[in-house]
Design a protein around this ligand. Structure first.
Ligand code: SF4
Length: 341
């Protein structure tokens, strides 16, 4: 098997707070090959964004302990210096965040911001950087890019700003792109356009993408593989089709039950997962999902409350749950056919 381009092993990200240690990520492992998209899905506070800040080396170093291993093309990012990381950010690895307006400076033109990123990493001249900015704006579908390159961010619509941020993220042909909820603030039509654009650009550039979202509907459009996070841990992983069609974990069932189905009957009520995400300061004992799980009583000897289920992964597929394979098949079939009103 080829060495993965991005390999994360037993990643732990713990924050020191006045109230104690928050275990935001607690033993996460995954691989990602070039040209593939990994979707990381989970509710707020599940650890998905923290994972990616750790990969980028953007965590608060004074209050955060990061352990484990993050290899990017064989280089260990956790032992890299700040200077080395800075060289990698924007060139080999790049990122897009949810809020383009907050990520773009209001004081500089779009073209200058894209061009400066290019100059910083390639040493290109100003005219060459400007041409590159125009070219990137054209590639992400901004009309009249040779004119709009001199606009300021406030002169762009929300969807155009997001495209401009994608142009900035891809200006140095990064091999890894981390997209953190990049379409959440956009309306559904623009969301779909941005996801199509990312797919097209991925084909063109061969970029590996980590796509973070709380929305399984978005995952179904972009991801090749899916990792479901809950309470700082991976609870399920597999290909997109495996996780969406034959999910193995009650939390994934809950996420699916709480999203509208485009091809299902319109009168099927959505059922949000009851309860709240766990405290990562004092996580629940045993399975972290147990206070919200409807299947605790199906597992003998109170195991869900006392023993943390192990994530066993075979050929990239696995789920961390004490239910037997037969029980999962039976319960998911029941769960997947809610009765209309
Ligand atoms: Fe639910 Fe128990 Fe499985 Fe956790 S281990 S998801 S509590 S059945």
């Amino acid at each position: 098997m080829n060495t993965p381009f991005l390999s994360v092993r037993d990643l732990r990200v713990h924050f020191s707070t006045e109230d104690g240690v928050v275990k935001a990520v607690d033993g996460l492992s995954f691989d990602l090959a070039e040209g593939r998209t990994l979707g990381i899905v989970g509710e707020s506070g599940s650890g998905k964004s923290v994972t990616n800040l750790a990969i980028l080396g953007l965590h608060d170093r004074d209050h955060t302990a990061v352990d484990g291993e993050i290899l990017l093309d064989g280089k260990d990012l956790l032992t890299a210096t700040e200077r080395q990381l800075e060289r990698l950010r924007g060139s080999t690895m790049s990122m897009i965040f949810q809020d383009a307006l907050a990520s773009l400076s209001p004081f500089h033109t779009i073209g200058k911001q894209i061009g400066e990123t290019y100059r910083k990493h390639t040493g290109a001249s100003r005219p060459a950087a400007r041409s590159r900015a125009v070219e990137m704006l054209r590639r992400v579908g901004i009309p009249q890019p040779d004119l709009r390159v001199d606009d300021y961010p406030h002169q762009f619509s929300g969807g155009m700003r997001q495209r401009a941020m994608i142009a900035m993220a891809l200006v140095c042909d990064p091999r890894l792109l981390i997209a953190d909820e990049p379409t959440t603030a956009l309306d559904v039509t623009v969301q779909a356009q941005i996801m199509d654009l990312l797919k097209d650009l991925q084909q063109e550039f061969g970029t590996a993408i980590v796509f973070i979202t709380h929305d399984l509907g978005v995952i179904s459009h972009v991801a090749d593989e899916v990792l479901v996070m809950y309470g700082g841990r991976c609870v399920e992983r597999g290909t997109r089709s495996e996780v969406l069609r034959t999910p193995q974990h009650p939390y994934t069932w809950g996420l699916l039950g709480s999203m509208p189905s485009l091809d299902g009957p319109v009168d099927v009520p959505l059922s949000p997962i009851p309860g709240l995400p766990p405290s990562l300061l004092n996580p629940p004992s045993g399975c972290r999902f147990h206070p919200r799980c409807a299947f605790v009583a199906k597992v003998p000897a109170g195991l869900c409350v006392t023993d943390s289920p192990e994530l066993r992964v075979t050929a990239g597929r696995g789920a961390a749950c004490h239910l037997t394979a037969g029980q999962r098949r039976e319960f998911f079939t029941d769960y997947a056919t809610p009765q209309p009103n």
